[in-house]
Write a protein that binds this ligand. Structure first.
Ligand code: ATP
Ligand code: MG
Length: 230
């Protein structure tokens, strides 16, 4: 069980392989202080998603440990880990239901006021109010009521409401109009404030604002530092 965490995350000499003899991570050590944001960058196959997979405990390392607040995540219950490590995926997960249901997914106890507050904080409230039934508008998993940018803002509202200490963000690559792009940037700032975040970042603006940039290549860290240092 994990008591409310601060959100210090440490990768301690991690080796991981999906297939025996073909390591995807070859000795990764990372120290992320609570509240810091890390941008993971690197070519395809460099190991970005694998780092995220281990932090979510979809897999366990072959060697080394992943620690949250100094505790090996293998010693933490899955439920406890899930409640404190949130994830916003690139292919934003929208399910058939109302906008309201989609935002409160993972926080079923949330009040309407909390839902509206979360949506407002990430600049989603205005577009929601312009939908035919506002928060009661039905959306479909693969429907086109929502643009990619709107889906993204909705997923931010969901993450903000769930309020995890550690947030993982696999940023969408889809092209988004300039106005929405600006909203997303601002929303991201709100969402990341006070949380430890791991971002597979594609937007230059996101990378620039990260506290640390980690450049991966073939499962090793090639470079690490702030945007100004690199
Ligand atoms: P991308 O930018 O394409 O998403 P990535 O940096 O996220 O790339 P990973 O998905 O972490 O890269 O992959 C790291 C290595 O592990 C690659 O060599 C990849 O082929 C391999 N790999 C990833 N997932 C699996 C899997 N499920 N089974 C076997 N090998 C995998
Ligand atoms: Mg990936």
């Amino acid at each position: 069980e994990l008591p409310p965490i601060r959100g210090d995350v440490q990768f301690d000499s991690i080796v991981f392989e999906y297939e025996a003899g073909r390591p995807a991570l070859k000795g990764i050590s990372l120290n992320v202080k609570a509240g810091q944001s890390i941008a993971l960058v690197g070519h395809t196959g460099s190991g970005k998603s694998t780092i995220i997979n281990l932090l979510c405990r979809f897999y366990d390392p072959v060697q080394g440990r992943v620690l949250i607040d100094g505790q090996d995540i293998r010693d933490i219950s899955t439920a406890s880990l899930r409640s404190q490590v949130g994830i916003v995926l690139q292919d934003t997960f929208i399910f058939s239901g109302t906008i309201r249901d989609n935002i409160r997914y993972g926080r079923l106890d949330a009040t309407d006021a909390e839902i509206v507050a979360a949506a407002t904080a990430v600049h989603a409230h205005d577009f929601i109010m312009n939908l035919p039934d506002g928060y009661d508008t039905q959306v479909e998993e693969r429907g086109n009521v929502l643009s990619m940018g709107q889906r993204q803002l909705l997923s931010f509202a969901r993450a903000l409401l769930a309020d995890p200490r550690v947030l993982i963000l696999d940023e969408a690559t889809a092209s988004i109009d300039t106005e929405t792009e600006l909203k997303i940037q601002e929303a991201l700032k709100t969402l990341l404030a006070g949380r430890t975040s791991f971002m597979i970042a594609h937007r230059l603006s996101t990378i620039r604002h990260a506290d640390q940039i980690v450049v991966l290549d073939h499962g090793v860290i090639m470079e690490q530092g702030t945007h100004d240092e690199l």
